[in-house]
Design a protein around this ligand. Sequence first.
Ligand code: GAR
Length: 225
Amino acid sequence: MPESRVPSPESRPTSRIAVLASGRGTNLQALLDAIADGRLGAGIAGVFSDRPQARALQRVAPTLRWSRDARGYAQRAEFDAELADAVAAVQPDWVVCAGYMRILGDAFIDRFQGRLLNIHPSLLPAWPGLRTHARALEAGDREHGASVHFVTGELDGGPVVAQARIPVLPGDDAASLAARVLEVEHPLLVASVRLAAAGRIAERGATVLLDGHPLFTPLQLGSMP
Ligand code: GAR
């Protein structure tokens, strides 16, 4: 029999993921855990933060960390340019914002558009921006959740790849709701990055393509391919 030319899973080049994070990094940890136990065929190429004290940085080896205190920069564009150069230097296939709390400027977005994902704690298009849990409660929403979307120049406005939904329970406050949303964020991010790493999703204008076909509604955690 001729030797197979299909590379074994071990020798196939894995997708390189750059992660941007500002805080504790539990979503990053979910990716690291999934990579470690073989649920996610990807590698973390670097973790980038606007806050040198971010707990997220401590979750990876020192050689994978990059941080600058964004408050030390007079111009947003100057910080963004340094960040973009540092991210580009690790040659990522995908750039994933996982609790990255600074707005990215257009130059950064243009440079990585099409391979730039963000996880946001609401069912977009509901509640872009901050205080998503409190605003969902104030509005009397019965359902809340999280979305993974492609990043565009519109804040939290890019095409949505996938969502995870949870019911709002009687007695919920912003903290309890945030904690329950976070529990579904982790599997949602892993499932979404798995599709990205496998080359199965793409951004085309305001649409997400899955396996080359437009998605008319976001994928739902629980029934993701
Ligand atoms: C997550 O809830 C994420 O969705 C949110 O920050 C938290 C980070 O948690 N992101 C945003 O609000 C982005 N606008 P983590 O640091 O434990 O992953």
